[in-house]
Design a protein around this ligand. Structure first.
Ligand SMILES: NC(=O)c1ccc[n+]([C@@H]2O[C@H](COP(=O)([O-])OP(=O)(O)OC[C@H]3O[C@@H](n4cnc5c(N)ncnc54)[C@H](OP(=O)(O)O)[C@@H]3O)[C@@H](O)[C@H]2O)c1
Length: 255
């Protein structure tokens, strides 16, 4: 087993996940960069982490597939012999305005749940033997403000993130005292996710509308979420079962 601590971040070839592996690498940890489709962005993020002095393992795995999660855990064990923090960040959605109920089929819910809820569960289950060997081990789930405010890309997405919050509480109760489990619920984060989902014009309008409502007159940067994932993963020794709202004051809304 290596001496350096290891952080596994799902969906870390882009956006919040990429900022999170960079943050852990900068803090002297080794990292696992995961993606499900495109290898090149994951390799680029891993190269950035290596430039920061970390060892970085790149691992393709679709978190919705349990066999992939178990293979990822085996690769982490073979390479590092340990895992100290798991950040369940991989997520998916379908962009459907909430009022368009006919725009969502049962299959949309099932596909979104498969990644956002079951994927997080499967990753915890697969990595648990490694996490339980490390004092101070932690899981951080990336939820969304959508779970708390009834806003976001679709009703199926909101519901999936609500389920992820409930999973966070249940796992925190179950896995304590050995493993802490918390979640972060970010507001609008500047990543390719919303830009791709909304298109350039609607994305720009959404950013302006968000700023106009949020008390801090800001949207969230991926690095802001990485800060929270760093604190909840590596610090926060007395915090478990928390869903941390990171919304620049959207909930306080200037109204
Ligand atoms: N952006 C926001 O405004 C916002 C707000 C609140 C919460 N969030 C949450 O933050 C998380 C990350 O979002 P982001 O904005 O950083 O998105 P992003 O830039 O689109 O990155 C998504 C990452 O997840 C990977 N991924 C997607 N499906 C996967 C799967 N089934 N298995 C493994 N990896 C998978 C993607 O790589 P591949 O495509 O190669 O698989 C990519 O690395 C999501 O859970 C999202 O719900 C985002």
């Amino acid at each position: 087993m290596g001496e350096r601590r290891v952080c596994v971040v799902t969906g870390s070839s882009s956006g919040i996940g990429a900022a999170t592996v960079r943050r852990y690498a900068r803090e002297g940890w080794d990292v696992v960069v995961n993606y499900s489709r495109e290898a090149a962005p994951a390799e680029a993020v891993a190269a950035e982490c290596r430039a920061l002095g970390a060892q970085a393992l790149v691992c393709r795995a679709d978190v919705a597939a349990d066999a992939d999660c178990r293979r990822l855990a085996a690769e982490v064990d073979a390479r590092f012999g340990r895992a100290d923090v798991l950040v369940n960040n991989a997520g998916t959605t379908k962009f459907v305005p909430a009022r368009q109920l006919e725009g969502l089929a049962a299959e949309d819910f099932q596909r979104i749940y498969a990644v956002n809820v079951i994927g997080a569960f499967q990753m915890v289950r697969a990595l648990l033997p490694l996490l339980q060997r490390q004092p101070g081990a932690a899981v951080v789930n990336v939820s969304s403000v959508a779970s708390m405010m009834g806003i976001g890309s679709s009703l199926a997405y909101m519901a999936s993130k609500g389920a992820l919050n409930a999973l966070t509480l249940g796992l925190a109760r179950t896995l304590g005292p050995g493993v802490r489990v918390n979640a972060i619920a970010p507001g609008l984060v500047e990543t390719p996710w919303l830009q791709a989902g909304l298109g350039a014009e609607r994305y720009a309008a959404s950013v302006e509308a968000y700023k106009a409502r949020a008390t801090l007159d800001a949207v969230i940067a991926p690095e802001d979420v990485a800060d929270a994932a760093w604190w909840l993963g590596a610090g926060a020794a007395k915090t478990t079962g928390e869903v941390l709202l990171l919304d620049a004051g959207l909930r306080l809304s200037r109204g």
